[in-house]
Design a protein around this ligand. Structure first.
Ligand code: NAP
Length: 445
């Protein structure tokens, strides 16, 4: 008899947890519950559409899903279709793997003006996430300010300035392509409240900004220090040196008459979004660093722009019955343990940091915790009905869940509908996705 584990969320951290449990010596039956019909979380709706090679990691998740021990229940929202407390009664262990899908509040005067968007919503919109597809950002503007110096800010800037030809082999959905490619955006300002050494850009992503066909990256060479911070770790110094070299190379790039500019603006912190109802600018204060802390100098600048996108990090979504730390936006946990039989993994555990693979050791640790806790409790399998009871409950409640085979059918329809050269034409509403399927899954299918 296997032990039953429910994993809430079928993104990278959920799949890595399923894989770690599948590989462990103990026999587990693992159910992945996902609110959307589509699996893979940020791989599908966070990773930029022009980074298709990064999305290939989903193939390893497909291998996990193919194991009989693992079953996927898409279109099942915990909190709506089934409660966390119910799952905890049905399963030996429950793992929260819901990521950090909500935008952090920019907390600025004027931050509620039309034309201010959070990166989770904006990225979700151009990636065809059903929740954000109707964002309808107003990009009928010539200048956009992107707040933040992380990889998400780079993704957004790049997607804003790439040409239709550069996006032709991506899965950028039509609704977003129409808006992005008709937008008269000429200037994208990347606003960092600290300096080039403190920017969180990874180097491969930063280098891409120098390889765009119709956009020129602009950096004030005077803001670039000669060398990395000697107080930083050796690893960080290496990363800083690479980024400095890349930024310096931008100062030497030729103006080939590119139609667009990406301005790297360091040592500026946002004070206020300006405008009368709609964004007309961003008031910024020059900063300096004192022992790593951002300190305002009192000097302000008004940057004219018609849209502001805050790429300042995201937070997890509180769920009834889960202790939640509002300040840091994560589930309260001790090394991934939340309560007896309840665990948290990935960004919901540690916040939105690291790359996709960072979730792997995290998931391995959770699998070890589950193993150790079952051993310590001298638990015997079979006490928790798990899958059978879940399916009964869902059927009773009339919940149409989507199996992994159903997802493969949705995916096949997306691939078939794609224009030549495109990897897929994403279905962007849940109704469209379900319409592809012949009928709802039935218990035991
Ligand atoms: P991030 O790397 O944490 O960057 C957030 C940025 O926002 C930082 O520059 C931060 O500045 C700034 N910030 C935060 N609060 C701010 C405020 N109130 N005002 C002004 N600036 C503020 O987060 P992210 O870009 O959302 O990325 C999340 C994770 O996903 C990262 O680990 C990233 O590497 C990863 N990711 C990777 C890729 C890729 O590999 N291609 C693509 C996308 C995302 P401070 O440093 O001063 O706090």
């Amino acid at each position: 008899m296997p032990f039953s584990v429910a994993i809430i969320g079928a993104g990278p951290s959920g799949f890595y947890t399923a894989e770690a449990l599948r590989r462990s010596e103990r026999d587990y039956r693992i159910d992945l519950l996902e609110g959307l019909p589509t699996p893979f979380g940020l791989i599908r709706s966070g990773v930029a559409p022009d980074h298709q090679s990064t999305k290939r990691v989903a193939r390893s998740y497909e291998r996990t899903a193919a194991d009989k021990a693992v079953r996927y229940y898409g279109n099942v929202q915990v909190g709506r279709d089934i409660g966390l407390a119910e799952l905890r009664r049905l399963y030996d262990a429950v793992v929260i793997a819901v990521g950090a899908p909500l935008d952090r509040d920019l907390n600025l005067p004027g931050g509620d003006k039309t034309g201010v968007y959070g990166s989770a919503a904006f990225v979700g919109w151009y990636n065809g996430h059903p929740t954000h597809r109707d964002l309808e950002p107003d990009l009928n503007v010539t200048a956009v300010a992107v707040i933040g110096n992380g990889n998400v800010a780079l993704d957004i800037a790049r997607v804003l300035v790439k040409t239709p030809a550069e996006m032709a082999d991506t899965d950028l959905p039509e609704h977003a392509a129409q808006v992005l490619h008709a937008a008269p955006v000429r200037d994208v300002h990347l606003i960092g409240r600290r300096g080039p050494l403190e920017a969180k850009f990874t180097n491969v992503e930063l280098r891409e900004m120098g390889q765009l066909s119709d956009a020129l990256p602009l950096v004030d060479g005077g803001q670039l220090p000669m060398a990395p911070n000697p107080a930083a770790s050796e690893r960080d110094q290496r990363l800083q040196a690479k980024n400095l070299e890349t930024l310096r190379s931008f100062t030497a790039l030729d103006d080939r008459g590119q139609g667009k500019r990406v301005h790297f603006q360091f040592f500026l912190r946002p004070l206020e979004v300006l405008g009368d109802g709609h964004v007309e600018g961003l008031r910024l204060e020059r900063t300096r660093l004192e022992e790593g802390r951002v300190v305002g100098t009192g000097e302000t600048i008004d940057l004219p722009c018609g849209a502001v996108i805050a790429a300042i990090g995201t937070r997890a979504q509180p769920l009834e019955g889960l202790p939640f730390d509002e300040r840091s936006g994560i589930v309260v946990n001790r090394r991934g343990r939340v309560a007896k039989g309840l665990y948290v993994v990935g960004w919901a555990r540690r916040g939105p940091t690291g790359v996709i693979g960072t979730n792997k050791p995290d998931a391995d640790e959770i699998a070890r915790h589950i193993e150790a806790d079952l051993t310590e409790a001298k638990a015997t399998p079979g006490h928790h009905t798990g899958r059978a009871a879940l399916e009964d409950l869902l059927a009773e409640r009339g919940v149409t869940w989507v199996s992994f085979d159903d997802w493969k059918a949705i995916e096949a329809a997306e691939i078939e509908a794609a224009a030549p050269g495109m990897p897929r034409k994403k279905l962007i509403s849940i109704a469209e996705m379900l319409a592809v399927l012949d009928g709802p899954s039935s218990p035991g299918e």
